[in-house]
Design a protein around this ligand. Structure first.
Ligand code: DC
Length: 226
């Protein structure tokens, strides 16, 4: 049986992971957070101490890199870097910039592509990222471009960091959100952009419940007509 796929792309802090996970649960699909994969490569660059934006330094790391994704009994997607569970560590604030930098390197993207595509071949998936609807799964049954105003996204990220016990200054978070938007949309390799056939979902004025209701509606409509 052909598996169904829902691609959710958008900038950081738009609520992609929370909403994609909830949508996957509601539909009984597997949730795949592709940002976590880039974060794992970013973590390795951080640990080794290389400049994450230097392809000459990052590409050689790929050869010795074993990245695995497993689903725990808690239903969470766990990331393993050379056998070590790094699920919590990749969420650290300083790893975000490393993930963004390594993700601009075409060889890094090519290295991670097959892992993402094979998951979609083997399961019904809700996959979130930056280039899922445009590059990874161009034939996805449903494509959603999820976004919100930068100030709203920064506030959500700020709250999330606080809840994780990693308080940060709001202005710094806003500046980081804007810098990451600029980096993710301006890079040459698979930049963040809305696929032509993606449905735009703007959550600026919506809470989580309203946003999820919107996504369910879009998914239902498109899966029914697929
Ligand atoms: O979604 P996130 O913030 O966890 O993603 C971390 C970084 O990885 C983000 O700055 C951009 C990059 N990324 C990407 O280039 N392509 C994807 N499909 C997912 C993430």
């Amino acid at each position: 049986m052909r598996h169904r796929s829902i691609a959710i792309d958008g900038p950081s802090g738009a609520g992609k992971s929370t909403l994609a996970k909830a949508l996957a649960e509601a539909l009984g699909f597997l949730y795949v957070d592709t940002g976590a994969i880039y974060r794992t490569v970013g973590l390795q660059a951080f640990r080794v101490g290389v400049d994450p934006s230097d392809p000459q330094a990052v590409i050689p790391l790929l050869k010795a890199l074993d990245i695995a994704m497993k689903y725990g009994s808690d239903g969470l997607q766990h990331m393993y870097l050379n056998g070590e569970d790094v699920t919590a560590e990749i969420r650290r604030h300083e790893i975000s910039a490393f993930a963004s930098a390594v993700s601009a390197i075409p060889e890094v993207r090519a290295f991670l592509m097959e892992q993402q595509r094979s998951l979609a071949r083997e399961h019904d998936v809700v996959m979130d990222g930056r280039d899922i609807g445009t590059v990874v799964l161009p034939g996805a049954d449903v494509k959603i471009f999820l976004t919100a105003a930068p100030e709203v996204r920064a506030r959500r990220r700020w709250l999330e960091l606080q809840q994780r016990g990693q308080p940060a200054d709001y202005e710094t978070v806003l500046r980081d959100v804007k810098a990451r938007d600029a980096q993710d949309t301006s890079r040459a390799a698979a930049p963040l952009r809305q696929a032509e056939d993606a449905v735009l979902a703007d959550t600026t004025d919506k809470d989580l419940e309203q946003s999820l209701a919107l996504l369910k509606l879009i998914a239902k409509e498109h899966l029914a007509h697929g």
